[in-house]
Design a protein around this ligand. Structure first.
Ligand SMILES: [Zn+2]
Length: 772
């Protein structure tokens, strides 16, 4: 690709400029066409190449990048399909994401749960057929205190949309808190209460309460367009509308969908031809109302009635909004008795916050008085949106830190994506930089053993490689390590904490927890993720964490050619250096997939591999947390794995390294909510540090520029020192020693004590090597 190209925008004459630009555009189109024709011609004779290209060229779409949600329901529960003719069938069939069918084979359990949900949910009476279908649900619509015209206008439209709705102006002053009004409304036979909240003179949220006993849902409200602002909008009539709920496929989605269903009369009046649609896309709920008309037997026309708005669920609570109790007793509102609903007693006893508390945010803190029917102290939220947090600090160019005092300041600018390879694929090997790195590896004293690349599919798809797994020390099938690999910390009860696959949007949540608990760790970062969030990597580095390489696109490295391995490692090293000003000395092969060839390449590139502790095929220190978002395990299984790891940690003579991830919301949640708190409370106490520190080295030894070369020579320098000119046979400097043999034994036997001593032996060897 040409590095610089003539820019027509620099031409001052407009006619000329446009002519040149046109020509360039045309030429570009022609070139593209020629490339495509050539490709088509080449692939016509080589269908395998075409298939391969098509497999690799999967466009990223919102749907295929969506993380699978284990609570997707796989089929339509019986109970809800019958009630509203137009509603739910949409939810189960057309709109379900693709993963729905493939990644999640029919399972009994979610269906059972779903059936139980439906039978016990608060909306069951609406769907039971006991309600009179000709009577619309009675909905009370009001606002937060002190609102302006726009919010009243919006409420008018809501009244128009909901057949049974009635607007009552919110009274100001104490005694009129949301919870109290809800109790009052329930006593008067309202089935719902909707409170529109205003902020900066705009409606910005809706609290929707199902009466008399809840739940209470809180939605953010955006993108409002009133009917009159919609060009050519149709007039509404009083007919009961049909309802289309689209994309409510999870358990939570079902609850929310059913909540909306109960706002409308169960039987639509089809002659009105009015349809209300709530379409869920990536958790945003789009509200639209249309009238349809059959123009012929094939075509249907749609005319929008309005209004339009977008909702996003922020929380779903059990019960009614709490009325918090300030010290002084409050004169309760009078309302009709409606039995022993939780709110009646609570409301009578409670006092209220002042009006300043925005609706929907009233915390349900019980005020210390014993309120038998008050909201429970825990588990009050059925569901709550957890936002990602922003970084607490961003750093200036040149900023320095105390953790690695001899590090140069941060580079003058964050890296620009156009200077780096495309994300999430192995970088091309024909670029000048990669060619230079290849040359450097060739010029080093490290011999790259001639081990064939493995097939994708690991052990089950690699008969020959499995047979040679211990000879080639292939970790993936048998867990073989060389003494140059780091697989544990030398000191008992020391845990070299690490997180892989970030930086992600959830990493700041983890860093915030670290700051609170005075923790630090090693982050194995993926180049493609660093490119997306370099500021988070800087925050990791500046707050005393170790940053290490986890490749550019996260492949099984033994499936890659030597040139590709160099490109994967080289670009990630370079991006980290360009982001932090230092070059990492450590890396972790994705999936632990390393053999003597990949090991030797990494040695030649001054990278030391770190895997995680493994004492037998079944006892690895892998929490398996990465499988939660994939849907193949759940939090409870991960916590079981973690319990087992803690148990094993007390049995071995060394410290340990555990596999965890900061890529997904769930994995960060499980780390900050369970694993780290339990580790901090563990007896005997764990010494939790970045991996470099559990190896008894200062953080500065984690980077080329700040490394103490006299006590911790770079991997390449060590090789060059041991080779001293002669050309050795064998893979690397690691072959001949006796501890290499014991590492081999590690992969072949499963008996505990032997393994432990072998492990200890190899770790001691690592340590002595490192300290030499
Ligand atoms: Zn990984």
């Amino acid at each position: 690709m040409p590095s610089s190209r003539f820019e027509p925008s620099t031409i001052k004459n407009k006619v000329k400029r446009e002519e040149i630009a046109r020509k360039q555009k045309k030429q570009k189109g022609q070139d593209k066409l020629q490339r495509r024709l050539a490709l088509a011609k080449a692939e016509a004779s080589d269908p395998v190449a075409k298939k391969k290209r098509k497999e690799q060229n999967v466009p990223r779409t919102l749907d295929n990048t969506r993380v699978f949600d284990p609570s997707f329901l796989t089929a339509q529960p019986v109970a809800s399909s019958s009630s509203v003719p137009d509603g739910e069938p949409e939810a189960s069939s057309s709109s379900a994401p693709a993963e729905h069918g493939t990644a999640h084979p029919p399972e009994e359990q979610p269906q059972d749960e779903s059936a139980a949900d439906l039978a016990n949910d608060p909306f069951a009476s609406y769907f039971s057929g006991d309600v009179d279908p000709s009577v619309p649900p009675k909905v009370l619509i009001t606002t937060s205190p002190r609102v302006t015209r726009v919010t009243y206008d919006f409420c008018d439209e809501l009244v128009n949309v909901l057949p049974g709705a009635e607007f009552i102006r919110r009274k100001k002053g104490k005694g009129f808190e949301m919870g109290r009004i809800a109790g009052w409304a329930a006593g008067r036979g309202y089935s719902h209460m909707a409170v529109v909240n205003e902020d900066t003179k705009k409606p910005n949220a809706i609290t929707l309460i199902y009466l008399p006993n809840g739940p209470t849902a809180y939605f953010k409200l955006t993108s409002i367009e009133l009917s009159k602002k919609i060009h050519g909008h149709a007039r509404s009539t009083d007919h009961f509308p049909e309802l289309v709920l689209n994309g409510f496929v999870t358990r939570l989605g079902h609850t929310v969908g059913r909540l909306f269903q109960t706002l409308f009369p169960p039987m639509p009046e089809f002659q009105g031809r009015q349809v209300v649609t709530l379409h869920n896309q990536r958790d945003f709920l789009f509200f639209r109302r249309h009238r349809y008309a059959f123009r012929s037997t094939e075509k249907v026309g749609l005319q929008e009635i309005g209004p339009r708005f977008t909702l996003k669920l922020r929380s779903l609570k059990k019960g009614l909004p709490a009325v918090t109790n300030n010290a002084e007793p409050k004169k309760p509102l009078e309302f009709d008795d409606f039995g022993e609903t939780p709110d009646s007693e609570q409301t009578a006893a409670g006092d209220m916050e002042t009006d300043e508390v925005p609706d929907g945010h009233e915390d349900a803190q019980s005020q210390g008085q014993s309120q038998k029917h008050g909201p429970p102290a825990t588990d009050e939220f059925l569901w709550m949106w957890k936002s990602t947090i922003a970084l607490s600090t961003t750093y200036q160019a040149g900023a320095t830190q105390t953790w690695v005092p001899n590090a140069p300041g941060l580079p003058s600018a964050l890296p620009v994506p156009s200077n780096y390879p495309a994300l999430d694929k192995t970088p091309p090997t024909d670029s000048d930089l990669v060619k230079q790195w290849i040359q450097e590896v060739m010029n080093s004293d490290v011999d790259i053993p001639d081990i064939p690349v493995t097939n994708p599919g690991a052990c089950s798809n690699n008969t020959a490689a499995v047979a040679n797994a211990s000879t080639n020390c292939w970790w993936t099938c048998g867990g073989c390590t060389r003494e140059t690999d780091v697989a544990a910390c030398p000191t008992k009860n020391s845990w070299g904490v690490s997180y892989d696959d970030g930086p992600s949007p959830y990493t700041p949540n983890l860093l915030q927890y670290f700051a609170q608990q005075d923790l630090r760790a090693t982050f194995f970062a993926i180049g493609s993720r660093i490119m997306e969030r370099p500021a988070i990597l800087q925050d990791e580095f500046m707050t005393g964490n170790q940053v290490a390489v986890h490749t550019w696109s996260h492949p099984y490295m033994t499936t890659k050619t030597t040139e590709q391995v160099i490109a994967e490692l080289g670009w990630t090293k370079k991006l980290i250096k360009d982001t932090l000003g230092v070059t990492p000395l450590y890396w972790r092969p994705p999936y632990g997939d390393i053999d003597d060839r990949v090991r030797a390449i990494s040695t030649a590139m001054n990278l030391i591999p770190i895997v995680w502790t493994r004492i037998s095929t079944t006892q690895t220190f892998d929490t398996n947390d990465w499988s939660i978002p994939a849907g193949s395990t759940d939090v409870y299984q991960v916590l079981d794995n973690w319990e087992a790891i803690m148990g094993n940690s007390t049995k071995i003579d060394t410290g340990f390294i555990v596999l965890e991830h900061d890529l997904f919301e769930q994995t960060v949640d499980v780390a900050t909510g369970y694993i780290l708190p339990q580790a901090l409370a563990h007896t005997p106490k764990y010494n939790m540090t970045p991996i470099i520190e559990c190896l008894d080295m200062p953080l500065s030894n984690a980077y080329v520029e700040t490394n103490d070369n006299s006590s911790h020579p770079l991997p390449l320098a060590s090789v060059q020192a041991t080779h001293t000119g002669s050309s050795p046979a064998g893979a690397s400097s690691t072959d001949g020693s006796s501890s290499g043999g014991s590492s081999g034994a590690l992969s072949r036997t499963n008996t505990g004590p032997v393994l432990l001593s072998a492990l200890t032996g190899s770790i001691l060897a690592v340590v002595s090597l490192l300290l030499r």
